[in-house]
Design a protein around this ligand. Structure first.
Ligand code: EPU
Length: 417
């Protein structure tokens, strides 16, 4: 069993460089099967979700060549359109193969996706979008069989500005006949990244990054490339760490506009940082002001930062209120924060955090990906030794986390016993 062991309390200084965004990469890799030739994706993070997606691409008969963080996918000879259950269920983003395979082959068989257990996470909005384009969706248990004789552009307004549904419907519409308009589309940067890639291969998508996306269908996608944008959640996780135990900790390779909501919250909490063109430098703040925080769709405060942010709120001088508005079940980490010494009273989607609390190392579990990141932050600020189990969740989304933290002075290691 893999575990992370942390001896907390070290001050961190130096530079952490941010890798490509998990939530972009996990959409770009499935999007690659829309290409009728081959394409290159650069700056792909080295995370376990990447490896699962490559396994799926190979099952579909893509030729995938990895060269450090660059991946070349030859998708000209795709023959399979069925994704086995065990691979569908290994992660959430397997569902992007619904849109891409449907668009190119008018047929896909796939199982309900896996991913972090942070809520019910239905995919009804994706399905409604495919149906609006003319697809027939049959659901037998967890198996989704989606067929279309022809896909035709359609006008639709999403019930909720879902990241996954926006990308999936965009993928499905790329090769549909005529124009698709998606209203109330999600505006997250990952959507722009996917649209940039598809347009580079000849797709006609405009408006990505706004709430109205227009897609004019094309028949063929030629060779193309894209670079994965920096991971704003990885960046935010380390920035928060800097505010608690940094000494001029520099987080570089960021796009400041993507972390605006976090930075303005830090300002609100009287935490100082130096913002440059592609970096943030931050040191321990000794007098953190409590705040109220509510997660929201972009450009609001991203839900994925909520759990790491709660660790910071435990160090504030006073009472903070936290509300999660996207998922019904994203509080699994709270019981472990309390075990470490926090004073948090929580319901399913909200919490009252009474700070400041001193943390003492103990055994905790990574309940999900970002809950796991919260455990790493908590262990690093705690006195003594913290052991984190179920760390597969963390490795799904944080590239080289152990090495990056060791390089800036943390006493952290991964053991496999
Ligand atoms: N929703 C529906 N029906 C749908 C789709 C979504 O009800 O058909 C609801 C969900 O249940 C949830 C909300 O809408 O309450 C948001 O779902 P969304 O589709 O936006 O999220 P997602 O595609 O499932 C992606 C990221 C998440 C991130 C969210 C929001 C991937 C693989 N996952 O999830 O990332 O929290 O967008 O930004 O890109 C993470 O990285 O830790 C993570 C969970």
């Amino acid at each position: 069993m893999k575990k992370i062991i942390i001896n907390g309390g070290n001050t961190l200084s130096g530079t952490i460089s941010i890798n490509g965004a998990k939530n972009s990469a996990v959409a770009l890799l499935p999007a690659s099967v829309l290409c009728d030739e081959s394409s290159n994706i650069y700056n792909v993070p080295n995370i376990s979700d990447r490896d699962v997606l490559i396994e799926i691409l190979e099952k579909l008969n893509c030729n995938v060549i990895k060269d450090e963080d660059a991946i070349k996918i030859d998708s000209s000879k795709v023959i399979n359109t069925r994704i086995p259950m065990e691979l569908s269920k290994k992660m959430r983003a397997s569902y992007y193969f619904m849109g891409s395979l449907l668009s190119r082959f008018k047929h896909v068989e796939i199982y309900f996706p896996g991913g972090c257990n942070i809520g019910k996470r239905p995919i009804d909005i994706h399905i409604k979008g495919f149906e609006a384009l003319g697809a027939k969706v049959q659901i037998k248990g967890d198996l989704y069989t989606i067929d279309a004789e022809e896909l035709n552009g359609a006008n639709m307004t999403l019930d909720f500005a879902s990241v996954g549904a926006t990308i999936n419907i965009m993928l499905a519409a790329v090769k549909a006949k005529g124009r698709t308009i998606i209203r109330n589309a999600a505006r997250e940067a990952e959507i722009v990244n996917v649209a940039t890639y598809l347009n580079n291969m000849g797709a006609k998508i405009s408006g990505a990054g706004t709430s109205v996306i227009r897609i004019d269908g094309v028949e063929y996608l030629h060779k193309g490339m894209v670079e994965v944008i920096p991971d704003r959640i990885e960046a935010g996780t380390y920035i928060i760490l800097g505010a608690m135990i940094g000494d001029n900790l520099k987080i570089e390779n960021i796009i400041p506009e993507h972390i605006d909501a976090l930075l303005s919250k830090l300002t609100d909490m009287k935490i100082k940082y130096i913002l440059e063109e592609n970096s943030v430098t931050i040191s321990k703040c000794n007098d953190i002001r409590p705040t109220n925080l509510k997660t929201a769709v972009f450009p609001g405060f991203v839900t994925d930062m909520g759990q790491p942010m709660m660790v910071l709120l435990t160090q504030a001088n006073g009472v903070s209120m936290f509300e999660e508005t996207i998922y019904e079940n994203r509080m699994g980490h709270v019981k472990y924060l309390n075990k470490l010494g926090a004073n948090i009273k929580n319901g399913n989607t909200n919490a009252v955090i009474i700070g400041p609390s001193k943390f003492y190392g103990t055994e905790v579990e990574a309940t999900d990906l970002r809950g796991g990141a919260a455990m790493v932050l908590a262990g690093l600020i705690a006195e003594g030794t913290t052991t984190i189990t179920s760390i597969e969740h963390i490795l799904r989304g944080y590239d080289n986390i152990i090495e990056k933290l060791r390089n800036v002075g943390a006493d952290i290691k991964l053991i496999d016993e």
